[in-house]
Ligand binder design. Structure first.
Ligand SMILES: *Cc1c(COP(=O)(O)O)cnc(C)c1O
Length: 398
């Protein structure tokens, strides 16, 4: 009998949807011109590119002139933050507000800016993984040039109070950027309704291809270039455009948004089943607020075990999951996101992120629920730490 293999790592990346894959094919075979050339093959490619821009703009409630294509969500984050810092720096405003549990594309850019003379306040996200607008309000100073706060966290899935933050920043005259890579295509995102100045997204997190992202920038905010060269992207991002990737991303976004309500309903129901199925495991905890979260991301900690060994055994049992963010794997440090929630190192080490999507089925969730408890037990049986906990030589933390 073939064992079931469940892909539950959609926060790391997703499969390309058949619709998106189909949309890309003509860009490889027929419409392969360089959009900056004047002949008809190039002009046809330019048309595909601009149609994709119109699509992405419309789906975010933005104007096409406000969309800049990039080669990743990380690049969009870098460009947004660097642009706001440059603008601020010119006016002597060198203070930036963010949170402790941002993606490394944001945190590492902020680290670099600190070395360049900026001051960065990283706000607490508390036990539930949610920043409070009140704390942002009190952190804003005369010299604050940017508030950058993620829409949804990639490890634990919690949604941040983005509308309140948008309104607050608007009122205080501070630029607001949001890394919406885990939100776009998964929850409604309307840049006008939420008063967002800059927003990053990435194609491969909503069933588009990898290596393509976009940055929404409200009209009137000047961008700085990270990549110098030709005049692509209205002079703000040089390099021949990845037309197939951009077209695939736009098609994937269109499809996700068209099915948003039904996907939210379906994935939320699967997630609830998953949480209920796993929360009975003794000495475990669900990380992040129980309800204020994206539909598909679930993160648990299991006391007494190592997340890495859990992942290996789960893979053998037909479950592809992750311990935190894909970007931190390979390092032995516990996740900065889980530490930001105030979890002790020992607990943060035993984490498991299961991120599901509309391609998952109920039978697959049943499979996960069936294998996880056994694998956790097996690891605990071999764990010296668990042994001490069981003998009462060490106190349980959860
Ligand atoms: C995946 C991710 C990114 C990076 O996007 P890439 O396109 O992979 O560079 C940034 N922020 C968050 C929240 C993400 O989940």
């Amino acid at each position: 009998m073939k064992i079931m293999y469940v892909y539950a790592d959609n926060a790391a990346t997703t499969c390309v949807s058949p619709v998106a894959a189909e949309a890309m094919i003509p860009c490889f075979t027929k419409v392969y011109g360089n959009p900056s050339t004047f002949h008809s093959v190039g002009q046809k490619a330019a048309e595909y590119l601009e149609n994709a821009r119109d699509t992405v703009a419309k789906l975010l409630n933005a104007d096409a002139k406000e969309i800049y294509f990039t080669a990743s969500g990380s690049e969009a984050d870098n460009q947004a933050i660097r642009s706001a810092a440059f603008l601020g720096g010119k006016k002597g405003k060198r203070h930036i507000i963010s949170t402790q549990f941002e993606h490394h594309a944001v945190l590492h850019t902020l680290d670099k800016l600190k070395k360049e003379g900026f001051e960065v306040t990283l706000l607490d996200v508390h036990k539930k993984g949610i920043v409070t607008p009140e704390e942002i309000a009190s952190a804003i100073r005369e010299d604050t040039c940017l508030v950058t706060i993620m829409f949804a966290n990639n490890e634990i899935g919690t949604l941040q109070p983005i509308s309140e933050i948008g309104a607050l920043c608007q009122e205080r005259g501070v630029l607001f950027h949001t890394d919406a890579v885990q939100a776009v295509g998964h929850v409604p995102v309307d840049v006008k309704a939420i008063q967002i100045d800059m927003l990053s997204l990435s194609g491969h997190k909503f069933h588009g291809p990898k290596g393509v992202g976009a940055l929404y920038v409200r009209q009137g905010i000047p961008l700085i270039n990270l990549i110098e060269g030709g005049q692509q992207e209205r002079g703000k991002r040089a390099g021949t455009e990845n037309v197939p990737g951009i077209v695939g991303m736009a098609a994937a976004l269109e499809e996700s948004v068209a099915h948003l309500d039904e996907n939210i309903k379906k994935v939320t129901a699967l997630r609830e089943k998953l949480i209920i199925g796993l929360e009975g495991i003794p000495h475990s905890c669900l990380n992040g607020d129980r309800n204020q979260r994206v539909p598909g991301t679930v993160n648990f900690c299991f006391e007494g075990i190592e997340g890495e060994s859990l992942l290996l055994l789960l893979d053998e049992k037909g479950v592809a999951a992750s311990s935190g963010s894909a970007c931190t794997s390979g390092s032995l440090d516990p996740s900065h996101v889980l530490l930001a929630l105030g979890l002790p190192h020992e607990i943060a080490h035993g984490s498991l992120r299961l991120s599901i999507g509309e391609y998952n089925t109920e039978a697959e969730i049943d499979h996960i629920i069936q294998v996880v408890p056994g694998v956790v037990q097996r690891l605990r049986d071999m764990s010296p730490v668990w042994d001490k906990l069981e003998k009462g030589e060490q106190a349980h933390l959860i």
